[in-house]
Design a protein around this ligand. Structure first.
Ligand SMILES: Cc1cc2nc3c(=O)[nH]c(=O)nc-3n(C[C@H](O)[C@H](O)[C@H](O)COP(=O)(O)O)c2cc1C
Ligand code: SF4
Length: 641
């Protein structure tokens, strides 16, 4: 069915069994204090190799301690790294996956307090700290470091190497005019700016051999003023081919760019394919594309259309390490989808925390999780609520051989997440609900809709366990004039459910994620919207990547945002409030949408306290929080029984 995706490919002297690559991800876990690989990283990769990916890369392989992108990444800068890398390669090689390392130097985008770069120009976003321009002698040393690191990777048994020349890291910094204002042989002309890269290629070929497959990741576009552009990539690509490079992996974006390297759900799927397509036209070596390609049929179509020779995915392999196997078997609905929230993965690592995934809490815990046989003494479990937490718990109970039944008071599943998916650009949140629904079907979990928990149900099932995943509802704040105003007073939940309608001029009370997506929902309908946020920042619970796109949408929708707001009173057609020291008055408004705090729904508890069943609150019913906690908590409870 997916004949293009599962067609083997030759890359240099290496045959790859399918056209799927797991791109390099600096996952920021799985190394010891010397940055040597531990079992945590090994099992993370073993799980993905078991999932039948054709080719995969260790991310963030540091060639020099001064270029480490994040604290917990594997080092390749001295020979002491080889034994642990060798152990990892041996474990992974039991599966037929081509395993490589991406070699990188962070330059001005490294996390270290003092950074080196071609020129002393700080990165425009994300990282802070001092930046020092490299001396020519140091540049030569770094070239040698790339060569030595490649030799170590080869000695450890890896199949190939990828040079990280993209995303605004050191090599890209040399290539892009906005970060390289040198006037020596490494700056100025195209040839001078790409000299560092070609010297690295030569050093790697000398140290690791010309037959050792060497790929390069470069940007098709930096998407920043005076940055590297597609015309530069198209000019460079044939030169790289001539230099003996085995493949080109085309990505986009740098820190602070207008299109992000790791785009959120707001971005179209396959957002960088056109960049690879342009390169495909000028070289004969394999060209790899990347960027929000999630759907196996979409990936297959890209290959079929000749836009690239291989498809690389990052986050889809975090969300589901078994993606290729399930795609090959045509089990598309069993693929746990990445929803493009950027929270568990890139947001976490840039905060120097271990990378994870909102929809797959097993990321980084593969070494701890043992596959157990299904329970011989199945328990009867009633799960109250068919939101993501309830369905995740029911799924895990079913996988463990127990007998879950879900009762849901509404006529459909999904809870508040289904409502969030109604906001513009956030439909992919519905993908994870779809996945869980399909899993309920596949695992034969009965869901009774329009069925709140009742004594009759408890008497009928006589459960051993009751999981209360009853969710949360908006909390009504007490503010002077709010309940007396002549404006319509509705909650975001009622609005998104379509139970209530807003007028044309709306005040949204609350600047968290729900407040902002509600404002966007209203602005998208052409309404005039003002957001009053009583906190000091907006949507802190979102990843910065996701929030960036939402803020851009709100700007386009002309939504007025006020933070640090102290509301003095609501009036009949507006509000009087202070924000950042100024007193402001809103008039001629017709609706207030409450979108501030949520409170847990816990009324089902009284029904279970008098039974023999053990009961647990999970998700928002335990305490209203992000989806990330709902799913991990749900699976944890089911596993721990
Ligand atoms: C946590 C995380 C770390 C990443 N680290 C790297 C990296 O070290 N090198 C790199 O080239 N790309 C890195 N990326 C970018 C991915 O390789 C990929 O290009 C990007 O996520 C877009 O692809 P996707 O939409 O399939 O995830 C990282 C992405 C994530 C989510
Ligand atoms: S945390 Fe969100 S964006 Fe990152 S891999 Fe998981 S679902 Fe995808």
């Amino acid at each position: 069915m997916l004949s293009h995706l599962f067609n083997p490919i030759q890359i240099g002297n290496m045959t790859v069994k399918n056209r799927l690559m797991m791109s390099a991800m600096s996952i920021n876990f799985g190394v010891d204090e010397r940055c040597h690989v531990t079992d945590q990283l090994i099992e993370y990769f073993v799980e993905r190799a078991r999932g039948e990916v054709g080719m995969m890369l260790v991310g963030g392989g540091s060639v020099h301690p001064g270029g480490q992108e994040l604290p917990d990444l594997p080092q390749m800068y001295d020979d002491s790294c080889i034994p642990s890398l060798k152990k990892m390669v041996e474990r992974v090689k039991r599966y037929d996956t081509r395993f490589g390392v991406q070699l990188m130097h962070g330059g001005r985008q490294s996390y270290l307090p003092i950074k080196v770069a071609p020129s002393a120009i700080p990165a425009p976003a994300v990282v802070k700290g001092e930046v020092r321009a490299l001396e020519v002698k140091e540049i030569k040393e770094l070239v040698a470091c790339f060569g030595d690191s490649a030799r170590r990777c080869r000695e450890a048994g890896f199949d190939f190497i990828e040079i990280h020349g993209a995303h605004g890291y050191l090599i890209n910094q040399f290539m892009a005019p906005n970060s390289n204002i040198r006037i020596d042989e490494y700056g100025g002309s195209f040839g001078n700016r790409t000299r560092f890269l070609f010297e690295i290629i030569e050093a790697i070929q000398e140290q690791a051999g010309t037959e050792f497959p060497l790929g390069i990741r470069i940007n098709g576009n930096d998407y920043i003023e005076n940055g590297w552009e597609l015309k530069d990539t198209v000019r460079l690509a044939p030169l790289l081919e001539k230099a003996g490079v085995a493949y080109l992996h085309i990505s986009g974006g740098v820190y602070g760019s207008t299109e992000l390297t790791i785009p959120s759900m707001y971005t179209p799927q396959g957002c960088f394919v056109h960049l690879a397509e342009a390169v495909e036209k000028v070289v004969d070596i394999p060209v790899i594309t990347v960027g929000r390609i999630k759907d196996p049929e979409h990936a297959n179509q890209i290959l079929k259309d000749g836009k690239a020779d291989m498809v690389s995915m990052g986050r889809s392999f975090l969300a589901d390490p078994q993606y290729p196997r399930k795609a090959r078997e045509g089990k598309f609905s069993q693929i746990r989808p990445c929803v493009g929230c950027c929270l568990g993965c890139i947001h976490a690592v840039l905060a120097k925390e271990p990378g994870s995934c909102v929809v797959n809490p097993d990321v980084g815990r593969e070494y701890k999780i043992k596959e157990e046989a299904a329970s011989q003494t199945p328990l009867k479990v009633v799960v109250v609520g068919a939101g993501p937490a309830g369905m995740a718990a029911a799924r895990m109970f079913a996988l463990k051989g127990h007998e879950p039944l879900i009762c849901e008071r509404e006529s459909d599943s999904g809870g508040l997440l289904a409502l969030a998916a109604k906001a513009p650009g956030r439909g992919e949140l519905g993908d994870i609900l779809h996945f869980f629904k399909e899993e309920m079907e596949r695992l034969g979990v009965e869901t009774r809709y329009d069925t709140p928990l009742s004594r009759d149900l408890l008497n009928e099932i006589k459960p051993d366990k009751v999981i209360l995943a009853t969710g949360s509802l908006p909390d009504m704040p007490v503010i002077k004039g709010l309940f007396q105003t002549a404006m319509g007073l509705i909650t975001n939940v009622d609005l998104l459910k379509g139970r209530e309608k807003a007028g044309d001029r709306v005040i949204v009370l609350g600047g968290g994620m729900t407040g902002l997506i509600t404002a966007d929902f209203l602005a998208d309908q052409g309404k005039q919207v003002v957001v009053l946020n009583r906190k000091k920042s907006f949507a802190e619970e979102m990843s910065s990547n996701d929030r960036y796109y939402l803020r851009e949408r709100l700007k386009k929708g002309k939504v007025d945002l006020y933070k640090n707001v102290a509301i003095q009173a609501f009036t009949d057609d507006g509000a009087v409030f202070k924000s950042n020291g100024q007193t402001l008055t809103l008039t001629k408004f017709d609706t207030v949408v409450i979108s501030e705090k949520q409170q847990s729904i816990r009324d089902a508890k009284k029904l279970v306290t008098n039974t023999n069943a053990q009961f647990y609150f999970i998700g928002d019913a335990k305490s209203p929080r992000h989806l990330m906690y709902c799913i991990s908590e749900a699976e944890e409870i089911a596993r721990s029984v």
